[in-house]
Design a protein around this ligand. Sequence first.
Ligand code: ATP
Length: 367
Amino acid sequence: MITKRDGSVAQDVPPGLSYAGVCKRYGQFTALDGISLDVGPREFVTLLGPSGSGKSTLLGLAVGSIEADAGHIAIRGVDVRRLKPHDRNIGMVFQRYSLFPNKTVEENIAYPLQIRKIPKPEVAARVAAIVQTMGLGAQAARYPAEISGGQAQRVAVARALVFNPDLLLMDEPLGALDKRLRADLQQEIRRLQHEFGIPTLYVTHDQDEAMYLSDRIALFNHGRIVALGTPRELYENPASAWEASFLGDANLFAAEDIRISAGECSAVLTGLGVAVRTQAPRTQHEHMQVMIRPEYVHIGDNVRDDMTRFKARVIDVIYLGARQRVTLELPGAIRLIAELRPWETPGEPGAEVLCGWRDHHSRVVEA
Ligand SMILES: Nc1ncnc2c1ncn2[C@@H]1O[C@H](COP(=O)(O)OP(=O)(O)OP(=O)(O)O)[C@@H](O)[C@H]1O
C-alpha cells in the first residue's frame, strides 16, 4: 500500500504502475522518448530490447533513482514526485544479488520488514513462510558468501516479496545464472507472481524468458516502445522485420507489387515471381518484406497442393534435439530456413526437395 504525502493511504486505487509521455535525456542523448505504458493489477510486463535501449532507465524512474525530464509516472494512481523513494513500496531484484554480506539469509529477508517497523513475532512468521515457499530452509542461517548464485537470487526474490510490495521491479535478475538455473528460477518467478499477484515490470534481453514469463511484452528500441502486446500477438503479428527477428527466427523475402485491401494483402516475392496472399500488415510502409517463420515451412510429403511451393536444394541440416534446423536454397540462390520435428526426414544435403508454406502463415512487414 502507498502512503500519500498527507499521510493518507491510497487503497482505493488498485496496485499498478503507469508511465505517460515519459522522456529522459542525458545531454544531447535521448534515452527515453515519450514512453507510455501501464502495468495493471496482477500483471507481468516485460521490457525486452537490445542493450542500451533504455530499459533500466525506465525502471530507475519508477524507483526514484533517476528523474524524468517530461511526462508523468504514477504508482497506484499517485504521482511519484509526491512519493519519497522509500514510500514507493517497491520490491526490487537486480542482476547482481546486492545482498548484505554481513547478514544471514534470514536476516537479509527480514530487513525490509524491520525497517518498516513490523513487530518482531510477525517478522519471524513472515520470514519463515517465505523461506519455506522459496525452498531456502537449509540455507537460512548461512551468509551470502556461503550460498550459490541461484540461491542468492532466490534470497533476493524473497526479500523483494516479503513485505508485500505494491510493485515488483526486476532488472535482468537471472542474467548471471547458467541456462538450467535460469529455467528453474523462471518457473519459480512465474509461480510466485501468480500467487502474490503483484504488478511486475521485468527487464531482460532474453526473448525466451520474456515469452515464458510475461502477460505482455513491450519491445524496446532506441528509447521507444516499438511494439506492445501478448507474446502471441507480438510473435505472430510483427509489424517490422526488426520485430520479427528480435522475437524469434524469421525468413524475410524482398517483395514487390504489394496490394492491400479489405484486410487482405497480396505481394510478389522478388526474384521468385510467386504471389502470396495473407492478412494486411499492421502498418504500411514504403518498403515491405514477406516474412515466414521457420516452423511454418514444410518439406517433402508435408507440402500440400494449396501451399506456396518451391523446388529447393537442401544445404544443411542441424539436429538440435527437440527440432531440426534445415537450410534450403530456392531458385535465385535465395536461402530459406525450415524447422522440422526430430522425426521428420528433410533429406540429405544436396538433395532436391519440395518445400512450401500456407500463405496465411506468412506476414507482410516493414523492411
Ligand atoms: N548517467 C548516464 N549518463 C549518460 N548516459 C546514460 C546514463 N545512464 C544511461 N545512459 C545511456 O542511456 C541509454 C539507456 O541506458 P539503459 O541502461 O536504460 O539501457 P538498457 O536498455 O537497460 O541496457 P542494458 O540491457 O545494457 O542494461 C544507454 O545508451 C546509456 O549509455
